[in-house]
Structure formats: C-alpha cells, structure tokens
Design a protein around this ligand. Structure first.
Ligand code: NCD
Length: 295
C-alpha cells in the first residue's frame, strides 16, 4: 500500500489482513521497531482521539513522530499545504497523516512527494477510512460473522465522512443489512450502500449494531439546521428506542459524543457501549495501517 486514502481502494482481503494485524498488536503486546520511519501529523481541523491515536500508534512502532503546531507554522505566513508537505518531504519524513476540511485534498497531495506515504485522517465530508477500519475491527471482535448482522447508522448521514467510509466498507464486507437513519434534510441524494429511512423504529428493529453519529453543528448550512429538541425527539438513542434493537446489541459512536443530544449518557456509559473499545482499537488499527504503508 502506497497511501491510505479511502476504503474503496481496499479489497476484502486488505480489510481482513489489517484487522488481523491490529488484533495481533492488541493481544500480543510487543511490537516491531520501524526506527527509520517518521510520521508527521498535519491536522488542519480539530481532533483529539484521531491525532493522539496516530501519534501513539507511531510511537508504539518506534517511528519518529512530529506534530506540526499549525497555529504557529509557516502556513500563517502564507505558505500553502503543498509547500508545507514538500518541505517535510525534503526533510525525509516518510508518512504524512492529514486531516483537512477540503474533500479529496489528501489524495490530491500524493503526487507532490513520491516517496512519502499519505494517510487520510478525515477530509471534509468525504472520507474517514481509519475510523471505518477501527469500527469494523470493534464489530467483528464482538460479533465475528458480519453476514448475520443488521447494522444501523443514525444521524447526519449527509455531512458524515464516517458514514461515507462505513458505507464503502460494508459494501465490501457485506453485513446482512445496513440501514441508514436520518431526517430527510440530512439524507444525501445518493448513498453508497444500504437503505435509508427517517423511521428510527424501522432502523433499529432487531439491529445487532447501532452506530450513532454526532450532530455536527459546525457543518450545517442555514437551511440544513434542525432544532436539537426535534432531532432528539425523533432520532435520539435512549433506553426506550434502544429497546427496539436485539437484546445483545452493541452501541458505537465515533466521538466526540454530544451526551443527551444524539445519545443518552446512560447508554454511553452502559454495558452495551463499545465506544471506549473503539477508541482503544483505534491505536492498534492505526499501527496496522502505518505498518502496511511500509517505510
Ligand atoms: C469524527 C470526525 O472527525 O470525522 N470524529 C473522529 O474522528 N473520531 C466524527 C465527528 O467529528 O463527529
């Protein structure tokens, strides 16, 4: 693998191999040393868990890690991201982990530094492939037979790069059913995979896995705004609505969670929640991704 940009670049074998490797790291506990690799974290949008987990993943593999402080970098002197990346490439950095608000920017940057591996850590509303991979890992760790599962994704499907990458992943890995639940104003015209509905009960009925999305207020245009009380009333995961799922259903959320908006605290912290497992698995999955990109 030269770059890690979007799920649709992967085969089912790639997805399974990365997942096996991530699980191996998780349970085996001692890691290879890639001391000649160096990773730069270039995060042009806020992030806590994704940036830190890429940093930890690189450190576990003995890679050098540089976090560019974008508040104080030359970008503020008018330098473009293209120049920043070429500068880092000239210094011999081997991996660039990029988060940016512009769709497809990481892919466009790949031609600039032929020897550098580019990792997409979230581009606009387009893709968040490492999140989809760690979500897949978390699901199959608890429920190994994907073909038997009904999976529901609830929330702002229109603006969610996580939902996009998950649709692409499930298109390849084929659960029994994928259902996307969103209010009509947050439903995209075209979906990559699954069925879409605004009926929460139909979406959750007998679901094995529920993935809640954050209400991303910062991405909403004026005409897309929805009153949070109305959203909660129709789409929140509460003990009452969660009862429509299978009794052993898992609850997931990519974070950050808006407690008491898209999901109730009692579920976030309850026995069905796999949210902290997702965070934990994120480190191991990102180790597998960095390793697969080579030196
Ligand atoms: C997601 C993101 O940034 O796309 N969060 C994450 O990476 N864990 C989802 C979100 O911000 O709601």
């Amino acid at each position: 693998m030269q770059h890690f940009l979007q799920i649709s670049d992967l085969s089912s074998d790639d997805i399974e191999t990365l997942t096996e490797r991530a699980l191996h790291f998780k349970y085996q506990g001692h890691y290879p040393h890639y001391t000649s690799s160096s990773v730069v974290n270039l995060f042009y949008e806020n992030s806590t868990r994704t940036r830190i987990s890429f940093e930890l993943a690189a450190k576990h593999l003995s890679m050098e890690v540089i976090n560019v402080d974008l508040q104080h970098s030359s970008e503020n002197k008018g330098e473009t991201i293209q120049d920043t990346l070429q500068t880092l490439g000239a210094m011999g950095i081997t991996h660039a982990v990029i988060r940016h608000s512009q769709d497809h920017l990481p892919a466009q940057l790949t031609t600039l530094c032929p020897h550098m591996h580019v990792v997409n850590a979230g581009d606009g509303t387009h893709a968040h492939p490492s999140q989809a991979m760690l979500d897949f890992m978390t699901i199959v760790e608890q429920k190994p037979d994907m073909h038997l599962l009904k999976i529901a994704i609830i929330g702002d499907i229109l603006h969610s790069r996580v939902a996009n990458s998950l649709q692409c992943l499930f298109k390849i890995m084929q659960p029994k059913e994928l259902i996307l639940v969103a209010p009509p104003i947050w439903q995209p015209e075209v979906i990559h995979y699954g069925q879409i509905t605004d009926n929460l009960q139909a979406g959750l009925a007998d679901a094995d896995v529920v993935i809640c999305l954050r209400v991303q207020r910062e991405r909403l245009k004026k005409e897309e705004f929805m009153d949070l009380e109305t959203y909660r009333h129709h789409f929140a995961l509460t003990p009452e609505t969660f009862a429509w799922c299978k009794p052993d259903a898992m609850i997931m959320h990519p974070g950050p969670v808006n407690r008491e908006v898209e999901i109730d605290s009692i579920l976030v912290d309850g026995a069905h929640s796999a949210i902290l497992q997702q965070v934990k698995n994120g480190v191991f999955m990102r180790m597998a991704i960095l390793e697969a990109l080579g030196r």
